[in-house]
Design a protein around this ligand. Sequence first.
Ligand code: ATP
Ligand code: MG
Length: 458
Amino acid sequence: MNEERIAHGAAVDGAFQVIPRAEHGVSRKRISTGALRVLYRLHESGFRACLVGGAVRDLLLGGHPKDFDVATDATPEQVRALFRNCRLIGRRFRLAHVVFGREIVEVATFRGSGDDGNGDRHLVDGRIVRDNVYGTIEEDALRRDFTINALYYDIADFSVRDAVGGMADLQRRVLRLIGDPAQRYREDPVRMLRAARFAAKLGFEIAPETAAPFADLGPLLAEAAPARLFDESLKLFMAGHGLASFRELERHGLLGHVFPETAKALAHDADGAFRRLVERTFASTDARVREDKPVTPAFLFAALLWGPACRRAQAAIDDGADAATAWQNAAARVLREQVQRVAVPRRFTLVIEEIWAMQPRFAQRTKKRVLRLLGHPRFRAAYDFLMLRADDSPELAELGAWWTQAQEATEVELSETLQALPPTVDAAVDGAPRKRPRRRRRGRRRGGAAATVADAAD
Ligand code: ATP
Ligand code: MG
C-alpha cells in the first residue's frame, strides 16, 4: 500500500515513508524556540524526538501552529529528568509539560495500540487499568485520528515521516480517518465532530468512507461525556471558523446529535428567520475572533437555542399560558435539556437567560425601564443580540436604532425621545415575552443612572 504513495525521492523506513528536508516545507524558523529546545535536548540525550500532530500539519500547510506537541520514546520520567521546567500531568497516560515562560510544550511518549485516544478511563471489571499505554512510533501513528494529523517531523534528520498517506491527503485536501472508520468512531464518537471541525478549519473535504458511518453512528455522540462535548463545541464554534463548522455539522447530519432542539427548530423554520439569525451570529463571532475582540460562548448559545425557546414558548402561549410564564418556563427547559448533552457551565447559562429575558424589555420604553435596562450589566450582550434579530425585521430595526441612540443620549435627550414615542410601543415583538403592564409605583425611587444601576442589581 505504501509503495504507491512514495513520492519522488522519498525513502522507506519500516512502515514510514521518509520525506527528506529538501522535499517538504517544514522550516525550523517557524518552530517555536521552546519546541526546538525540547526536540534537540531529547535527541542529544539519545532519544527519538519528533514534532507531531497539528503543528506538523499546519506547518506543511503554511500556517502558524498555535501550539507544538512533541512525541518521543523517552518515558515521562526520563523527560522530567532532562528538564528543570517540567511537570507531569494526567493519570493513566502521563504527559510531560515543559514550560518556557508563556509557552508550554507538551511531550508525549509514543502510545501503543491499546490506547483508544479518547482520554476516557479504561475500565476492566470496573477497575482502572494502565495496560499497554506505551508503544512504538508506528503504533503511535496508527492510533491517531486523521492521516494529516499523523505526520512526524524528525529532528534527527529534519525529515517528515508518514506511515498513513497523510502527505498525499494534505495535497489533495482530504480528511481521512486512519483504519476502519466505523471501528474508530465506536472507540471515540467525538472523532465525528473532529472531522467536521478540521474540514471547516482547513477547508478540506471529508473522504467519503470517513463520512459514510455518520448516519449510523451519529447517535453514539449521545454517549460522549457532556463536558468533552462542551470543549469540542468551543473548538468548533469559537475559533474563527464557527460558521463553516456549523455548516459542516448540518451537511453531515451531525448537528442534531449535539444540539437536538436547534436541529428541530431549523427543520421547522418555514421563513428561514432562525437560520439567518444563527448564521449571522456565527459570522459576527468569527469576525470578532479574527479581530481579536472578546467573544463569549453565552452569546452564541443564546442564538443557537433561541429558535427552540421561541417554539416552546409559543406552544405554551397557544395552550393559554401567559407570555411571561411561558417564556420563563421555555427558557429554563430548553437550557436544562441542552446542558444534559453539552455541559454548558452555569456561568454561561445564566447569561443566556439574561440575554433572552431582556429581549421583550427592549420594547418597553418607559423612562424608568429604559434607564434600568441601560444600567444592566448584560445590556451590551442583549443589545447586540437584539441588533442581530433586527437585521431580519423592520419593526425590530426601528427599535434597535432607537436603543443605539439611547446609549449616546443624555438624560434630557432621552426624556424627549421617550415623549415622542407613540403610546403603543409597549408591545411584545417577534413571539418574545410580553409582560403584563405593571402599575407604576410612584415616588419609590427617583429616575437617574445611579439609582438605576442599583435597581438593576436587585
Ligand atoms: P488543533 O490545531 O485544533 O489543536 P490538533 O491536530 O493539534 O489541532 P488536538 O486536539 O490538539 O488537535 O490533538 C493533537 C493530536 O492528537 C492530533 O493531531 C491527533 O494526532 C491526536 N488526537 C487528538 N484527539 C484524538 C482522538 N480523539 N483520536 C485519535 N487521535 C487524536
Ligand atoms: Mg493541538
